[in-house]
Design a protein. Sequence first.
Length: 269
Amino acid sequence: VVIIAVAAFFGLSHKSTNKTATSADKTVKIGVMTGTKEDDTIWNTVAKTAKDKYGITLKFTHFTDYTQPNTALKNGEIDLNAFQHYAFLNAWNKANKGTLTAIGDTVISPIRLYSKKLTSLDQIKDGDTIAVPNDASNESRSLYVLKAAGLIKLDVSGSTLATVKDISSNPKNLNIKELDAAQTPRALDSVAGAVINDDFATTANLTAKEAIFTEPVNKDSQQWINIIVANKKDVNNKVYKDVVKAYETSATKKAIEKAYPDKSKIPAW
Ligand code: MET
C-alpha cells in the first residue's frame, strides 16, 4: 500500500509540474479570433496538418475582441494564441509587464480605410470624422495609413508609435475618433471613414472593394506580421514548435490565397 501511495504521489507530482503539452499530451489550446468561414478553412487546414503529421489535436478558443486573448494566454486558459502582430505584442507586454513571446510568423493583413459614404479619398471634406482603433499599435498604424493616403503629416516615422498628438499637419481638419478596434465597422454609418483591421472588416463583410485606401506593404511592414505567441517558459516546447511547423506549410499558403483573393491576408513566413 505504501509503495502504491508513493508511486501515486510521484505520478501526480510529475504531472503537476508538467502542465504544458508534452509528447504524451498532444492537445494544444490555441486562441484565435472569431472568424468567418474563410478563416475556418485556413485553421482547418492547419489542424489537419497538425493531426496528420504531428499527432497534435488543436482546440480552438474564439475571441471577439483584441483585449482578451493575451490575458487568457498569460493565465494559462489557452496554450498559444494567434491573433496579433509584433507591434501589438510589444505594446501589450510593455503595458502589462508581460513576457509573452512570438514563436512563429503567420500572415500580414494590410489595414484599410473604409467608407460607406465615399468612394475615393478626394471626396473627404473639411472637418470630416475618421474612426481609428484605440490600442497603441493599431492607432499608430492607422495614423501612418492616413499619412500614406496624403491626408495628414506626422512628426514621427518608421516604427515609432504615433498618437494624435504627433499630427503635424491636418489640412482637411479631420476629426480622429478613437474606438475599440472591434467597434470600428459599426462607426461606418456615422463617420466619413474608418480604419479597420482585417478581422473586424471580414466579420462585417467588408472586402478590398469597399476600401478607399489600403496600407502599403513595404520595409516598415515587418512589425505588422501576425504571429503565434506562447508564454516565455514555453518557447522551446517541442509540441508548440510543431504547431508552428503545421501552420507554415504550402497547404496553409494555398488555403490563405484561396480564402482571401483580395489579399486581406498574405502569407508572411
Ligand atoms: N490581424 C490583425 C492585423 O493584422 C491583428 C491586429 S493586432 C491585435 O491587423
